[in-house]
Each structure stands twice: as structure tokens, then as C-alpha cells.
Design a protein around this ligand. Structure first.
Ligand code: SF4
Length: 441
């Protein structure tokens, strides 16, 4: 969005008050804060309108691939650095199936792709897209494999340089908004026409940014607005450089011709995972893999999860009293905080002990145990309050409260306030199973 001064320069400067503000400058300030609409001033010229509308458009175009529940949205980012606000649309990962594979190979690769799923801090981490590559040069086979892959319900990327193969596959599989990959200098005209006709997003590929910008102009002139850029970086260094140039120019609006999400194809790259990690950290929106084994997928998914969380808002779980391993009134209460990572680690360790227990999760606004204690958000009083709010002492009459070892200094006062026998637990959550299995209980 333009600043108040930039907006003011485009206003008629009549200071007539018809917008309900005494001066054009006052109106410009409200407009910059998005509290009024430009149409509130009846005297704005068409030229000024066009300029202001262009300046309020997102610097990176939002592109949707697929439809329904599993559609993915990429782009629409507003920041160069994550700490300035947050990144909004996580990098999507795709596994590629070649149409020259046998039916059996297609099935087993699909099965592997579907099994690539991990749960971490309450979120399920999976791949987001499937891609089908037209290696056979046979339109019938391509459409057949596309139809089979579409059955698993993920949005698709169709990889072919032949527009007629794309068209047939989209129509036969009744696909909505698959990504067509990729238009190049050699086929831009035909690919743009097919993308326009099928209302699909289109990827553009070129070795240099100048050519890419020309392809983008061509596609837009044909009427294709949903574009994705393949910058075709050869080395890891090129990837970081090119991705940064595109993002920087888009965000700072120094050149908006390449304000689109970026796709990276590492199908034939022996450094696929390294490049995927760089793309995840540096502005990549889609990565196309030939395959991805679980040992590589997990760290990659975790990296993505970390990059695409809001740095100013800790991930939290709901505070409350959680039963673990079917506890009864004789079983002890442990407590921890509602910071997700802490909660899931402690919950996992209590569960692993196979000993019934109650887990009291105290609301610390998503801070971990020691941070919350140091910030005064985890106090003896707040623990007692949580015990009361959850009726924990009625559900567990054992009278035993196990506290995290990191805050052992709370034990005396907490024992006094709660009237329970306080046991100082281990400093590390991994020590919980041993404690719970000990004869003390
Ligand atoms: Fe200025 Fe338009 Fe408001 Fe009049 S109506 S004061 S010209 S912004």
C-alpha cells in the first residue's frame, strides 16, 4: 500500500471536505491506514485511481492450484524477512510420477507418497501436490496416468511442453486448476492459449530473468494472470541469488513484472534436498521432487514448519487437564505449560511410560516452562488456579503433584498453597517414564 504522502500526491487537492475529512491530506492518511475507500472522494481521476489500485495490489500475486479442501495457495507474501511480520503461504512439495512408468510402478510410488506423513506438535506434515511428467510423448498414456494420480485427491502439476497433451489430460481427468508446467520461449504462445482456455495457472521457465519477464508479459497479454516462475537455477548459489532478486524487487516494488511465486524443479538434481531446503528458506513456493524418502522428508517438513510459523506468536495448545493412559483418582498429576513443543514432548513421554497419570496444562500464553517462569507467567498461584479451574484435585485424589525439574524452586510455596505433596520431576522430559515407573507411585 502506498504511503499517505504518495496517496496525497495523487489526490485532487481541492480540500472540499466531501469525503468527510477537512483536507485531502487527512483523507490520504485515513486511506493509507485502510480506514476509508478511495471512492469516498468523488474527484479522483481515472489515472490516479489506476495508480492507487496498482499500488495496493499484493506485491506477489496469489495463485491457487486445485480446488476444494486440498487446494493450495501460494504467493501473496508481503515480507522480505520473516521476523518483520511473517511468511503466509508455506512452500509446497510435490512428488513426480512419470507416465513412462508401468502401472505397478505408478501404484507403488503413489503409495509411498501417501505414506509420507508425520505428526509434529499437533500438525500433520505431508506433501502437498503430485506432479505427472509426460516422458512417454503419448497423449493417451499421459491422460491415463494423470487420471489415476488425480484419484488421490491432491492438486496436480502437469509437466509437459506439449500443450495438446495438457489439454487432453485436463479434460479427460476433469481437473480443476492444475498447474501447467512449463511455458518456455519455444512454446509460450500455445501454452498461454491453453492456460487461458482451461483457466489454469501457468509456470514460466527461462534461464535468465529478462527472458522470464518477457514471457510474463506475453502470458498476461493473452489473459493469463496466475503465473509461477521457474528461474532454472543451476547451482545452489544461483538459486539463492535469483530468488532473492525476484522477491526483493517485488516487495520493494522496484520492478513488479516478476511479482509471482517461484517454483523449483529438482527432479534430476543430485543435490535435491539441499536445494529444497534453500528454496524453503529463500522464497520458494513449490519444489518438484522426483522422489523423497522419509529420512529427507522429515527434516525438510520440520524446517518448513519452523519458517512458516508466526515468529511473534508461540504455537499453543489448549490449557486444561488431560488424562493419559486412562488414569483414575489414585493417579498423580503432572504439570507443564501450553507451549506446543513442550506439551507434545511431555505428553509423549508420559504416554510412553504406560503409567496412568493426569497432565495439567497451565496457560502461559504459549511460553515454555523456564521462559514462562522467568517472565512471571508461570507462578505458584497460576498453577493453583489451574488446579482449581480444571477440578484436578477432585479427579485425582492422590494428592501428588509432579513439577518440572527446571522450576524446582517452586516446590515449597506450591506445596503450601496447593496442599498437595509436591515431587520435583526430572529437568528433561525424557526422564518422566523412569520417574512414573518408580516405586514412589
Ligand atoms: Fe480532497 Fe477529495 Fe476529500 Fe475533497 S473529497 S477533500 S478533493 S480528498
Amino acid at each position: 500500500m502506498a504511503t499517505a504522502i504518495e496517496i496525497f500526491k495523487l489526490l485532487p487537492k481541492k480540500n472540499c471536505g466531501k469525503c468527510n475529512f477537512p483536507t485531502c491530506l487527512a483523507f490520504a492518511m485515513q486511506l493509507a491506514n485502510q480506514k476509508v475507500k478511495l471512492s469516498d472522494c468523488p474527484f479522483v481521476s481515472d489515472e490516479a485511481k489506476a495508480k492507487l489500485e496498482a499500488s495496493s495490489a499484493p506485491p506477489i500475486h496469489l495463485v491457487t492450484i486445485g480446488s476444494g479442501d486440498k487446494k493450495v495457495e501460494i504467493g501473496d507474501e508481503t515480507e522480505l524477512y520473516r521476523h518483520e511480520k511473517k511468511f503466509f503461504h508455506p512452500t509446497c512439495y510435490a512428488i513426480t510420477i512419470s507416465d513412462s512408468m508401468s502401472d505397478g510402478e505408478v501404484e507403488s510410488k503413489l503409495k509411498r507418497a501417501e505414506e509420507l506423513s508425520f505428526e509434529r506438535i499437533g500438525q500433520v506434515l505431508t506433501i502437498d501436490l503430485m506432479a505427472v511428467r509426460n516422458d512417454s510423448d503419448n497423449d493417451t498414456r499421459f491422460a491415463e496416468v494423470v487420471s489415476r494420480v488425480a484419484e488421490i485427491g491432491l492438486p496436480l502439476v502437469l509437466m509437459s511442453e506439449r500443450p495438446e497433451a495438457m489439454k487432453r489430460a485436463v479434460e479427460e481427468a476433469s481437473l480443476e486448476k492444475p498447474l501447467l508446467y512449463a511455458a518456455t520461449e519455444g512454446n509460450i504462445e500455445a501454452m498461454s492459449s491453453v492456460a487461458k482456455e482451461l483457466a489454469c495457472p501457468l509456470a514460466l521457465r527461462a534461464d535468465d530473468l529478462e527472458t522470464l519477464a518477457k514471457l510474463a508479459v506475453h502470458a498476461r497479454e493473452t489473459g493469463v494472470e496466475d503465473l509461477i516462475l521457474d528461474l532454472a537455477p543451476h547451482r545452489a548459489k544461483d538459486l539463492v541469488e535469483k530468488n532473492t532478486i525476484v522477491r526483493k524487487n517485488a516487495i520493494k516494488r522496484t520492478f513488479d513484472g516478476l511479482g509471482y511465486p517461484i517454483i523449483l524443479n529438482v527432479c534430476d538434481d543430485e543435490r535435491a534436498v539441499l536445494k529444497a531446503m534453500l528454496a524453503t528458506m529463500k522464497y520458494g513456493s513449490i519444489v518438484l521432487f522426483d522422489d523423497l524418502n522419509p529420512a529427507h522428508a522429515l527434516p525438510l517438513f520440520v524446517l518448513r514448519q519452523n519458517i512458516y510459523t508466526d515468529p511473534q506468536v508461540p504455537i499453543q495448545v489448549r490449557a486444561g487437564l488431560y488424562p493419559v493412559n486412562d488414569p483414575g483418582p489414585d493417579d498423580p498429576i503432572l504439570f507443564t505449560t501450553n507451549f506446543s513443543l513442550t506439551y507434545f514432548t511431555v505428553m509423549g513421554d508420559v504416554d510412553k511410560a504406560k503409567v496412568p497419570a493426569w497432565l495439567l496444562v497451565v496457560d502461559t500464553e504459549g511460553l515454555s516452562v523456564l521462559t514462562a517462569y522467568s517472565a512471571g507467567k508461570l507462578t505458584e498461584e497460576s498453577v493453583v488456579e489451574a488446579l482449581e479451574e480444571t477440578s484436578a484435585k477432585e479427579k485425582s485424589t492422590s494428592g501428588i503433584l509432579i513439577i518440572p525439574g527446571l522450576i524446582s524452586r517452586m516446590s515449597g510455596k506450591l506445596q503450601e498453597l496447593s496442599g498437595m505433596r509436591v515431587i520435583v520431576g526430572p529437568r528433561e522430559s525424557s526422564g518422566i517414564p523412569k520417574l512414573l515407573r518408580s516405586e514412589e507411585f
